[in-house]
Design a protein around this ligand. Structure first.
Ligand code: MD3
Ligand code: FE
Length: 201
């Protein structure tokens, strides 16, 4: 495994998952998406370019009323499927906390999808870290500060990389500027999946 990188307090663990582990996790996430289909979230600012679904007790949803965590899929009304063991294993290895996550958000980036700079602040306790797992095409990840504006730093996140956002980095602004199409063959049809694990409470 390549050495750990500290990007403005975000711990990046390059190549945390080897190729076989990536394939296994992707199969588990496909099963999640069969039970809880990807939706295109619409925020007050319009439709997002990313597709999302969730696993675990709570899933992150958004509509014209705003962002929140819900126990059921917004379209099917079904409870979210359980978080796959392959995903929980990453949390248990890197989060440094004893509690398991309530929520596993799965973001699907297909052609041209990106994510603007934002903070993750819909959770009830920022003392817990957020853990992110990248699969598929490489993505240019940007990290700023807790305050809006100011300096930022960027890094390409590759398939199998894991990032841990804890402590002061838990509330930094961050986003995905772009995805390098065709940089990975993991997803049939191309693209990128990002899994984020959170304790919501
Ligand atoms: C820094 N996802 O779902 S992962 C998100 O690649 C989100 O889909 C991006 O931002 C993605 O909210 C970025 C890296 C990441 C995730 C959560 C964070 C960085 C973070 C939470 C706090 C600080
Ligand atoms: Fe985020």
């Amino acid at each position: 495994m390549a050495p750990e990188i500290d990007l403005r307090g975000v711990r990046v663990l390059p190549g945390h998952l080897d190729a076989d582990a990536q394939v296994r996790m992707l199969a588990d996430l496909r099963a999640v998406a069969r039970a809880a289909p990807f939706v295109r979230p619409v925020t007050r600012r319009g439709p997002m370019s990313v597709r999302t679904t969730s696993a675990g007790r709570l899933g992150w949803v958004t509509d014209r009323r705003g962002y929140r965590y819900e126990a059921r899929h917004p379209e099917t009304g079904a409870p979210w499927p359980p978080i796959p063991e392959s995903v929980l294993a990453v949390w248990r290895a890197v989060s440094g906390v004893e509690v398991d996550p309530d929520s596993c958000l799965v973001n699907l980036y297909r052609e041209g999808a990106k994510m603007g700079m934002h903070q993750d602040r819909d959770e009830g306790d920022f003392g817990y870290p957020v853990v992110s797992i990248s699969l598929g095409d490489e993505a240019l990840f940007r990290v700023g500060s807790v305050e809006r504006g100011g300096r930022t730093a960027s890094i390409w996140l590759r398939s199998g990389d894991v990032a841990v956002m804890g402590g002061a980095a838990r509330l930094v602004h961050h986003g995905i500027d772009r995805v390098r199409e065709g940089s990975s063959t993991l997803l049939e049809g191309g693209g990128r999946i990002n899994v984020t694990l959170r304790v919501v409470r």
